[in-house]
Design a protein around this ligand. Structure first.
Ligand code: BG6
Length: 518
């Protein structure tokens, strides 16, 4: 097996085999370092550190890359190196190669301290400068805040105070990466954005919505704008409704600290599902430049309205004990760390309409839940019935509505559902499906969302990161639902392993529709 290209390169070196105009070649990050706050957390161990290694393994990081961890633990560089090593061995996507690891390990540093400790941030500043001198990171650094949002203000202030937030010399860059939740409602999001923007200009802020890093999510744009087939029917004249589902089979054991009091709507609808809605409903951008893309997404989020009355067009639930496959699992209230009186919803569904000429009157149903029948994320565009069916009624009993289903995960691809003649002497018509599967059509494995997003941060490529206006508009859509839920009732119970509460079915039934069973 050939070694990826990770040898040190002389200054000013360019790869003669790479034509910078050839957009098919992945761009390699220039000299830089990444500082991760929250290295002892799950996200860092399962996603961030493995993604850094995978990027190095693919030859997409600079040879002198620096990876610094900041945490309270009493660790030396070597201890943190061991933590990264274990995370890589356990969770990396690409094969382990000793030479790649050795090169990466040379750039690993650890700074011990708490967020309110000025001296610790001064030490971090020294470490970053040492990396510049020893590894050639050239003053270019990204700070990844994989920490509770309550700690964002203090860390941002510390980065500003210690001089880490600003460049030492013109041409260098400093960027901050923040993980959701971006606030818990519009007001808190605005407050948070103000604090972050006070220290980092908006173009240096990279908000992670990891769904945007998924290949299948980016494929929504390819499917819509690279083809002639779909565009003419992608509107209210032909589309009956759209269902966007993000279902998970896992429960919430071990996540009480983050999840209790947050719930499914804030955790998933506010970010992932509204972004999927924006990509599905947006107009063709003038180009795929970050600004043009964002303009179109913001237009959708600005014209999206909740369908009223909320008591009938939304649903929420909380899982109770039940059979998840072959396993008997407990309900949320019995999970470790949860308030036994918890009113946190683990299932949420809302109905949104996009008030534009293209979409007027087409409901977009968004649902998400934990401990549902299976793990699946999909966008189903369901078309109106043909205006006339020249068949005997009994011959079309098994003919549903045409649908185009974008399968985001796990079985990535696209399904088209349409009616077809059943073989035989009668003209019976029944639904069939036609499938495109990534696994079959392409030999390349899809990179993990975090690989793509971390690389984009280091490249300064902001297309896949929501800006403050998108975050705020998403809260503006969701806030009335959260307020209504806070003032009325409690989430409806649903058994683990089922497809959610009865209220979710009732919400569809009132317009004569049903949820797909993905
Ligand atoms: C996160 C949510 O953003 O996405 C989690 O906070 C959820 O609750 C996760 O489990 C799901 O991500 P994926 O990529 O596995 O669908």
């Amino acid at each position: 097996m050939s070694e990826p290209f990770v040898q040190a390169r002389p200054e000013g070196w360019t790869n003669p085999l790479r034509d910078p105009r050839d957009k098919r070649l992945p761009r390699i990050a220039g000299p830089c370092g990444l500082v991760i706050f929250g290295v002892t957390g799950d996200l860092a161990r399962k996603k961030l550190m493995p993604a850094v290694y995978d990027l190095a393994n693919r030859g997409l990081l600079p040879p002198g890359f620096g990876l610094t961890g900041f945490a309270r633990r009493d660790w030396e560089n070597e201890d943190f190196g061991k933590v990264v090593y274990d995370a890589v061995r356990e969770n990396a996507r690409t094969p382990f190669r000793q030479a790649v690891w050795d090169r990466l390990a040379e750039g690993i540093r650890f700074v011990q301290g708490s967020f309110d400790d000025d001296e610790a941030f001064d030490r971090l500043c020294d470490t970053v400068h040492e990396l510049d001198a020893e590894r050639g990171t050239n003053g270019n650094h990204a700070f990844y805040l994989s920490i509770p949002p309550g700690a964002f203000p203090v860390v941002c202030k510390q980065l500003a105070r210690s001089g880490l937030a600003g460049q030492d010399h013109p041409g260098q860059w400093r960027r901050v990466v923040i993980e959701k939740p971006f606030g818990h409602d519009l007001a808190s999001a605005q407050e948070l954005n103000a604090i972050v923007n006070d220290v980092f200009p908006e173009e240096s802020v990279f908000r992670i919505d990891h769904y945007l890093g998924k290949e299948t999510v980016q494929n929504i744009l390819a499917l819509r704008f690279a083809n002639q087939l779909f565009e003419p029917i992608w509107n209210a004249n032909y589309v009956d409704h759209v269902q966007i589902t993000m279902a998970e089979d896992i429960g919430l054991g071990g996540r009480a600290g983050y999840y209790d009091g947050i719930g499914a709507a804030r955790d998933v609808i506010q970010n992932h599902l509204l972004q999927l809605l924006a990509l599905t409903a947006m107009e063709e951008p003038v180009s795929f430049s970050p600004g043009e893309l964002r303009t179109e997404k913001i237009k959708v989020l600005s014209s999206a309205k909740l369908v009223q009355p909320l008591d009938e067009t939304t649903a929420r639930g909380q899982y109770t004990a039940g059979w998840q496959g072959n396993e008997w699992v407990v309900g949320l209230k019995e999970e470790e760390g949860y308030n036994p009186e918890s009113r946190t919803e683990t299932f949420a569904a809302i109905t949104v309409e996009v008030d534009t000429r293209r979409w007027a009157g087409v409901p977009f149903y968004l649902r998400t839940g934990k401990r549902l029948g299976r793990r699946v994320t999909e966008i189903a565009v369901v078309f109106k019935r043909a205006p006339h069916l020249p068949f005997d009624e009994t011959m079309t009993e098994e003919l549903g509505q045409n649908a185009l289903v974008i399968r985001v995960q796990p079985d990535e691809g696209v399904t088209m559902r349409f009616g077809s003649k059943v073989p035989g002497s009668t003209m019976e018509v029944r639904d069939v499906t036609m499938d495109f599967g990534y696994g079959l059509a392409f030999t390349e494995d899809s990179p993990e969302a975090y690989e793509r997003l971390i690389l984009d941060v280091l490249l300064g490529e902001p297309s896949l990161f929501p800006v403050n206006a998108e975050v705020e508009r998403s809260w503006r859509i969701l806030d009335p639902v959260l307020e209504r839920w806070a003032e009325s009732g409690v989430p409806e119970p649903y058994a683990a392993g089922s497809w959610g509460p009865k209220g979710a079915d009732a919400m569809m039934a009132r317009t004569g529709r049903t949820w797909r069973r993905p």
